[in-house]
Design a protein around this ligand. Structure first.
Ligand SMILES: Cc1cc2nc3c(=O)[nH]c(=O)nc-3n(C[C@H](O)[C@H](O)[C@H](O)COP(=O)(O)O)c2cc1C
Length: 244
């Protein structure tokens, strides 16, 4: 089992302790670490090139794609951030900004993630939810979360970390993909319909057509039950009309 770890904390302390605990539970897995602090990724300059033209035209493409390539080759992702001013760290937010084009062109339909958030006292659940949402927009199949407040505590509370890590491990070992949530189906069909408008974003149209995702209610590796299929078809029909 290959696990990519992306650490959004500038240091290896409270949040890293959660990652370390998960590593001990995941046992024999092979881990690769990306310490965002060391990557020195310049700030996203808002040029829109990734979204409108191609992610390859991002001035920081090599750095971003190197990390995404590691993710493509991994069975699962552990992603961690402390709460900074009630959000993820700027390091992780900057990474997410550079990957915003993935909202338009989701690709990680077979990936599962384990999210760790630590905080002094507040914001941990909202921040974990934010990371979860971001990954789902990338196409992620399943996201497990553990979010803890460690202010004033000497010892790490391990119950939530252990539970999430064990579920994550079992899930990856099962090789099964989960049925998507209705919101995931809805967003998939928003971008799918957008790629088919008369004047689409060219990079989106090219991606959806070249992958043939455009012909499917949802990524074909993931099975939909009849109700979700009907829901996907209705959503696609509505969004196509709205965008016209
Ligand atoms: C710049 C900064 C901003 C922070 N903002 C918050 C916050 O909004 N709410 C909170 O409860 N803790 C906040 N904290 C505390 C950290 O979230 C907490 O100590 C966390 O466990 C640190 O993780 P680390 O050891 O991985 O850096 C902040 C800490 C720093 C350095």
């Amino acid at each position: 089992m290959k696990i990519l770890i992306i650490n959004g904390s500038p240091r290896k302390k409270n949040t890293w302790a959660m990652v370390k605990r998960a590593k001990s539970i995941l046992g024999e897995a092979e881990f690769e670490e990306v310490q965002l602090m060391k990557e020195k990724i310049p700030m996203c300059n808002g040029c829109f090139k990734c979204i409108m033209e191609s992610e390859e035209n991002c001035p920081h493409h090599d750095q971003i794609n190197t990390i995404l390539e590691k993710l493509r080759n991994a069975d699962g992702l552990i992603i961690a951030s402390p709460v900074y001013a009630m959000n993820v760290t700027a390091l992780l937010k900057n990474f997410f900004d550079h990957t915003a084009y993935l909202y338009h062109r989701p690709e990680f339909f077979e990936k599962k993630a384990l999210v760790f958030v630590s905080t002094a006292g507040a914001g941990q659940n909202d921040v974990a939810k934010y990371i979860d949402e971001n990954l789902r927009h990338w196409g992620f199949n399943k996201v497990y979360k553990a979010a803890i407040a460690c202010g004033g505590k000497e010892h790490l509370e391990t119950k939530e970390i252990d539970k999430a890590s064990e579920k994550f491990k079992k899930d990856i070992e099962s090789n099964k993909l989960h049925s998507p949530k209705f919101m995931d189906i809805l967003f998939y069909n928003v971008w799918r319909a957008m790629a088919l408008t008369e004047d689409p974003i060219k990079a989106d149209a090219e991606y959806w057509k070249s992958t043939d995702l455009v012909s499917h209610d949802f990524a074909p590796v993931v099975k939909l039950n009849p109700i979700k299929k009907i829901f996907a078809k209705i959503m696609f029909f509505i969004f196509k009309r709205v965008m016209k």
